[in-house]
Design a protein around this ligand. Structure first.
Ligand code: AMP
Ligand code: ZN
Length: 139
């Protein structure tokens, strides 16, 4: 198991610093976020240290993400929230503060303080297809 001794989520995964754990398997851990965007905000992480999602092997990502539906259901049932956002910040520019892959499960209710902009844009002629070709080539 590769861990980073300076990483706070590796320390949590190793039990070196306390957390309020929700589920734990060989590959994954879910625990309460200590700075919740809404009550019931939880985090799902791989136990192995990967800074960002793009460097995770697919099998490890699949093992971790297999717990996501049940976690979402549990948060929804326990909080009675109306909706849920699943969020994964990948890179500092995207708001990632802790450089160890994690998925946020965030309850949403009317009047909640967590909101975000969704400034949908539009493509110029041909731009979408050009980008789609470029992305397909990378897959
Ligand atoms: P991000 O900005 O996506 O990197 O989110 C990092 C998240 O980790 C934030 O929501 C923090 O509240 C949460 N966090 C940081 N340290 C801890 C900790 N020791 N236990 C639980 N959650 C933490
Ligand atoms: Zn780590």
């Amino acid at each position: 198991m590769s861990r980073n001794p300076d990483c706070i989520f590796c320390k949590i995964a190793a039990g070196g610093i306390p957390s309020t754990k929700l589920l734990e398997t060989e590959e994954a851990l879910a625990f309460m976020d200590i700075g919740p965007l809404a009550p019931g905000h939880v985090l799902l992480i791989p136990k192995e240290h990967y800074e960002t999602l793009d460097v995770m092997p697919a099998e490890q990502a699949a093992a971790m993400l297999s717990h996501l539906p049940s976690l979402v259901r549990a948060v929804q049932a326990a909080t009675g929230c109306e909706g849920i956002n699943v969020l994964q910040n990948n890179g500092a520019i995207a708001g990632q503060l802790v450089p160890h892959v994690h998925f946020h499960v965030i309850p949403r209710d009317p009047g909640g303080t967590f909101t975000f902009n969704w400034p949908a844009g539009a493509y110029e002629d041909g731009q979408m297809d050009t980008l789609a070709d470029a992305i397909r080539k990378e897959l």
